[in-house]
Design a protein around this ligand. Structure first.
Ligand code: SAM
Ligand code: SF4
Length: 353
């Protein structure tokens, strides 16, 4: 559906958990408490919201978290989402640590693409950022990428490492991004750099300005050319090193604002539909659902599953109306360049990136 600025909103990121097996310092450092499981949307609740979203024109879903693969029913959920009429593509973003175990089940469930978040190839810096020595586990899937039936994209947050310490790590020295870029020469993967956004713990770190990064990349690779082939449905601008197997993307929310072309909303693991990263605007869909599905006995049980629940039309209509109103009222643009205006107080772990 269109929002009040005429933007077509057809993409929803769904965070399915607020738990994670890593502790990235800009996202979920040690000490962040996890929510009670009852606070998190059940599989059926996510399904119900996705059915409504599809009826409003959402056709692409990204499963995120927390770390989505720590939720046991993640692959089952992917399969469910894929079976919803109108949902054309379901992709996932993961830190990759558990991919070795879940790659085949995800592919069997019909996943259309896998994004792996990986900020550095330096083992010392990896541990500095994530708190764990798991780089080798993540690399296993990347090394298999040529044999996989789905495309792998690698997402790296453009951290100004000087704001993160790590002087005791030997790398990355000098050109911190080069090893990541060169993955595109070895494997058929796209590597995308994402400017660090001032949300949650991200506020404590500095981002690299992508205008500077692009200049550096042109200096390092004089043959670098813009790559305008279709890569997905996000805001990345792509480039290619001659002869490379994959492309390099820049997602520059801060220094290359792309709000005019924004196509997305976000569903948090607690069921809040967020319409812009910068603000708390949106609607509590969990409240709409849980109120609507309470059994007449008021015993705390719900009618499920919604798809087969007779008489669910009223609830579906209420859910759709709440979503429609929130999407219509989606803010025009983020306000990261004016931090005093940011109203979002949640951490990325709760929002899903
Ligand atoms: N655990 C999964 C992962 O790491 O891909 C999914 C959740 S994570 C919150 C989604 C993405 O958000 C990751 O690529 C992460 O690097 C990114 N992220 C977290 N905090 C960020 C921030 N402040 N600015 C930009 N990206 C951020
Ligand atoms: Fe976990 Fe992903 Fe956040 Fe890192 S970025 S703490 S892997 S949710």
């Amino acid at each position: 559906m269109k929002d009040s600025f005429g933007r077509n909103i057809d993409y929803m990121r769904i965070s399915i958990t607020d738990r994670c097996n890593l502790r990235c310092r800009y996202c979920m450092p040690n000490g962040v408490e996890s929510l009670a499981r009852s606070e998190i949307l059940s599989l059926e609740e996510i399904e119900a919201i996705a059915i409504c979203a599809a009826s409003l024109g959402i056709s692409r879903i990204k499963v995120t978290g927390g770390e989505p693969l720590v939720r046991r029913d993640c692959c089952q959920l992917v399969k469910l989402l894929k079976s919803i009429p109108g949902i054309e593509k379901v992709t996932i973003t993961t830190n990759g640590v558990l991919l070795d175990r879940y790659l085949e089940p995800l592919i069997e469930a019909g996943i259309d693409g896998i994004n792996i978040s990986l900020d550095t190839l330096d083992p010392c810096m990896y541990e500095r950022i994530t708190g764990f020595d798991r780089l080798a586990a993540v690399m296993k899937t990347i090394e298999r990428s040529a044999d996989l039936p789905v495309r792998i994209k690698i997402n790296a947050v453009s951290i100004d490492f000087s704001s993160m310490g790590g002087e005791d790590c030997h790398g990355p020295e000098g050109i911190w991004w080069k090893e990541l870029v060169e993955l595109t020469s070895r494997y058929p993967v796209d590597v995308r750099f994402i400017e660090m956004m001032p949300i949650g713990y991200g506020r404590q770190f500095k981002t690299i300005n992508h205008k500077d990064l692009l200049e550096e990349m042109h200096r390092e690779y004089p043959g670098l050319t813009e790559d305008d082939t279709e890569h997905g449905y996000g805001p990345a601008v792509y480039y290619r090193i001659p002869g490379a197997l994959g492309s390099v993307g820049l997602i520059s929310a801060i220094h290359g604002k792309f709000c005019d072309a924004c196509n997305r909303v976000r569903l948090t693991s607690q069921g809040f539909l967020k319409t812009c990263l910068c603000y708390e605007d949106g609607v509590d869909l969990r409240a709409v659902l849980r109120e609507g599905l309470r059994t007449p006995e008021g015993d705390g049980h719900y009618h499920w599953p919604l798809r087969e629940c007779p008489g669910d039309e009223k609830l579906q209509a209420r859910l759709a109306a709440a979503m429609e109103k929130a999407i219509t009222e989606k803010p025009a643009a983020h306000c990261f360049e004016r931090p005093g205006m940011i109203t979002e107080s949640h951490n990325m772990i709760a929002i899903g990136g």
